[in-house]
Design a protein around this ligand. Structure first.
Ligand SMILES: C[S@@+](CC[C@H](N)C(=O)[O-])C[C@H]1O[C@@H](n2cnc3c(N)ncnc32)[C@H](O)[C@@H]1O
Length: 201
């Protein structure tokens, strides 16, 4: 049976509590920053997105990096944590932020040409619904770059926090949602999974 979605799940509340210190944490500066660069490097070369959405944007740091690559692009971030969004709005005044789960994106159909998401997917309560939403808001020809943790070698059984979808399951969700797989690779000794999909029609 499908569980009802919760905006303030325990997971989200834990980010709420950490939102003030998140940007300055060791983990953030040494690990997430680097992961965000991997996400940007995974975007197909030569595209000039006009509308960029970051799902589970946290404090907006990936959008700030995207703004340096595409200064004219309209930037939108969504996240279910008010605290994260408060920081995001303070640090990233050039972007719009909305309180939302990935599963219920408050954006019109076909309104975005690049969807990004880093280190958030394993927190989504209904991952397939989130991928469907990413596909819905993408315009034809648009790209979805998803970067998330993946624990190989059975480590997922030890570190059970979150929903870590194996590569084949992520590909299956993309395809079932109507996204064409453009690339999938594992980085950081296979601990990180990058999946790039596009909406063809
Ligand atoms: C580890 S942080 C990553 C933040 C940011 N993407 C980054 O790379 O720094 C995970 C984020 O996912 C958000 N999140 C949790 N559940 C979510 C959901 N169902 N939909 C979208 N975002 C969610 C959390 O509030 C948190 O800000």
């Amino acid at each position: 049976m499908k569980m009802p979605l919760q905006l303030q799940s325990e997971d989200v509340q834990s980010f709420e509590r950490r939102s003030n210190s998140y940007e300055n944490s060791f983990l953030f500066n040494f690990f997430f920053d680097w992961i965000q660069r991997i996400a940007l490097d995974s975007i197909p070369k030569g595209i000039s997105p006009e509308n960029i959405l970051d799902i589970g944007c946290g404090t907006g740091r990936l959008l700030r990096k995207a703004a340096k690559c595409w200064p004219a692009a309209r930037l939108t971030g969504v996240d279910p944590s008010e605290g994260m969004l408060k920081e995001a709005r303070r640090l990233t005044p050039q972007a719009q932020f909305q309180l939302s789960l990935a599963e219920t994106l408050p954006l019109p159909d076909g309104s975005v040409d690049l969807v990004l998401s880093t280190m958030s997917f394993h927190h989504w309560q209904d991952q397939f619904q989130g991928v469907q939403q990413a596909r819905r808001v993408l315009c034809p020809g648009g790209f979805f770059v998803l970067v998330d943790i993946w624990l190989p070698l059975g480590l997922g059984k030890i570190f059970r926090h979150g929903r870590k979808a194996p590569p084949a399951a992520v590909r299956e969700m993309f395809t079932r949602a109507g996204l064409e797989i453009q690339a999938q690779r594992r980085v950081l000794a296979n601990f990180l999974l990058v999946t790039v999909g596009s909406r063809s029609g």
